[in-house]
Design a protein around this ligand. Structure first.
Ligand code: ASP
Length: 284
């Protein structure tokens, strides 16, 4: 039997100034449409996540790929990850430099035994697979607001689940700093018969809590909406902002955040794409 596909993307948990709202909604919708086209054609959740995240990496609205923020030294270091819920394969890179679509590099690593490559090793792997190099960084100007990490969760017609993330990290941080984004069980997770989750926010806090792992643990009992809310509620223990998008085992979507805004897009088979900047818009 064919399953009813679902896709959900996020464009980061943070305050979005009014002038940037339209760009966030449009960017989320474009990403959802790219992923939905893959799923509608019978493609895999992994392929849909890659298509959606590529779209957002190419959009300078978001802190990933083209729009990535700079570290303390003015350099751009990119982290990305993807997970296949059927096989539990993980591909992740951290501190990647000079590549346009880090999600492509992470996806290529799914076929390798390594789950995470960092720095020079990640760069060498990207070169080996012929990943597309970026031009000079188009990083957001210092102090820019409204840019944030991107993520995607997808459920395909064959029951496959996947989760992915891509980020430039946090602005002005120490070179080499890595947050939750490329760490399985912290920023993301996917497992068939359980669900999929992708986070954004203060990476150190999310990593300390191993927040994606916690969420997955409660997801079967609580369902997507309550498990998402419970995970975000845990942030009170360590402080900081976060948001997460979640699918349960049959693709029911939900999201939660404690930041002022969380740019999200979603679509299901038979339901056109929609974009939200706050969870109140989704639950109406
Ligand atoms: N979680 C990401 C990090 O800490 C940043 C973000 O989501 O905006 O690197």
């Amino acid at each position: 039997m064919r399953e009813r596909w679902t896709i959900m993307v996020h464009g980061g948990a943070r305050t979005i100034p009014p002038a940037a709202e339209a760009a966030h909604r449009a960017g989320c919708l474009a990403a959802v449409e790219a992923g939905a086209a893959v799923l509608e054609a019978g493609g895999s959740a992994i392929a849909a996540v890659v298509a959606a995240i590529r779209e957002m990496e190419d959009d300078p609205t978001f802190n990933a790929g083209r729009g990535a923020v700079r570290n303390r030294d003015g350099d751009v270091e990119l982290d990305a990850a993807i997970m296949d819920g059927r096989t539990l394969d993980v591909g992740a890179v951290a501190g990647l430099r000079g590549y346009a679509n880090p999600i492509d590099v992470a996806a290529a690593l799914l076929r390798d035994n390594a789950v995470l490559l960092v720095g020079a090793g990640a760069d060498a792997f990207a070169a080996e697979i012929g990943a597309v190099r970026s031009g000079p960084p188009l990083a957001a100007p210092a102090g820019a607001v409204g840019c944030d990490t991107v993520g995607c969760v997808a459920y395909d017609q064959h029951g496959g689940l996947a989760s992915g993330l891509s980020t430039g990290g946090l602005e002005g941080v120490r070179p080499g700093r890595v947050g939750d984004t490329p760490i399985a069980g912290a920023g993301f997770y996917a497992e068939a018969a359980v669900g999929a989750a992708a986070f954004s926010g203060d990476g150190e806090a999310i990593a300390r809590l191993a927040l994606a792992g916690r969420l997955m643990h409660r997801l079967p009992q609580l369902g997507a909406a309550r498990a998402a809310a419970l995970a975000i509620g845990q942030m009170g223990r360590v402080g900081g902002e976060a948001g997460c998008i979640v699918l349960d085992a049959s693709g029911t979507p939900s999201f939660a955040h404690n930041s002022d805004h969380f740019a999200v897009g979603s679509a299901r088979q038979g339901e056109g794409p929609r974009a939200f900047l706050h969870q109140n818009e989704f639950h109406q």
